[in-house]
Design a protein around this ligand. Structure first.
Ligand code: OAD
Length: 268
């Protein structure tokens, strides 16, 4: 479909929706300077998920090749410290504010949906800035700069980079135990699974943004929404697993297309 016509069509669908839910992935934050995972030059091109993407893999790499973990942490700090909501995030904030968007289900851990003003956000893969106690599982939110600045300083001061020094640098829970970032690694349970599927089941429009749709169970949400009768609209400049699922597919970036849809609605 021609892009302009697709934007018009999406704006019309949004104007009459009863419940619009979005499902977002890494492409949503690409225009905030955070690389996606699977695009060329993406995170899984730079780092091996088997080495840094699972708990046991991370510990194993730390003991055998600590410099790889150090590089991974340094790159994470560099990228996430500068990240700010892009025009796509801000458009979703506006859509919630004007009463059209009901919830955001995201695989992203970057907190940018909340920073763009969205209040109803389900983070299936957690949040990098929230910490979780390794012993009692209590959770504590930190600010982006507060947390990353602290990790950056601690790394600079470290004379040896190994498991004991990393454990030492982790924030402490009120119970005295160390806390780790509350993100979901491969092999760990996703968060908000029931709520996310409820959102997919009960929406009449699902907007799928910047995800390849290959990591389950999150990837099943658009299909679930479709089976429950929802119209599925996808925005993605590249490929995804949703060619047969999306009713409307807008080929372009979320930072470019979402503001145009919002503008159409507001100027109507
Ligand atoms: P992927 O890297 O798999 O997919 C990114 C998608 O974003 C691709 O379909 C791109 O075409 C699209 N894209 C790139 N730039 C875009 C832009 N500016 N606007 C819109 N779309 C754009 O990322 P995810 O699907 O989010 O999980 O990956 C899912 C999960 O795999 C992640 O949450 C993470 C990863 O391993 C865990 O770490 C548990």
């Amino acid at each position: 479909m021609e892009l302009y016509a697709g934007i018009e069509q999406a704006a019309e669908v949004f104007k009459t929706t009863r419940k619009l839910v979005t499902f977002s992935g890494a492409g949503m934050s690409a225009e905030s300077g955070i690389p996606t995972f699977r695009d060329p030059g993406g995170i899984w091109d730079q780092f091996d998920p088997a080495e840094v993407g699972t708990g046991p893999g991370l510990l194993n790499t730390l003991s055998r090749m600590p410099e790889k973990i150090r590089a991974f942490i340094n790159e994470t700090i560099r990228v996430f410290l500068q990240a700010q909501p892009n025009p796509g995030h801000l458009a979703l904030g506006t859509l919630e504010q004007i009463g059209i968007l009901r919830s955001v289900v995201t695989q992203n851990v970057d907190n940018l949906h909340q920073e763009a003003g969205n209040k109803n956000v389900i983070e299936m893969h957690g949040n990098l800035f929230r910490q979780r106690c390794l012993a009692c599982e209590a959770k504590k939110p930190f600010g982006r700069e507060e947390y990353l600045g602290r990790v950056k300083n601690a790394l600079e001061e470290m004379t040896t980079f190994d498991l004991p020094s990393i454990m030492e640098m982790l924030p402490k829970c009120d119970c005295g135990s160390p806390m780790r970032p509350d993100v979901v690694m491969f092999g760990e349970a996703v968060q908000g699974l029931y709520e996310s599927f409820q959102e997919a089941d009960s929406c009449d429009v699902m907007l799928v943004l910047g995800t390849s749709g290959v990591v389950y169970p999150a990837a099943a949400l658009p299909q679930k929404a479709k089976e429950s009768g929802a119209t599925v609209i996808e925005i993605n400049p590249g490929d995804s697993a949703y060619y047969g699922v999306a009713d409307i597919r807008l080929q372009g970036t979320t930072g470019e297309i979402l503001p145009r849809i919002v503008q159409r609605i507001q100027n109507a």
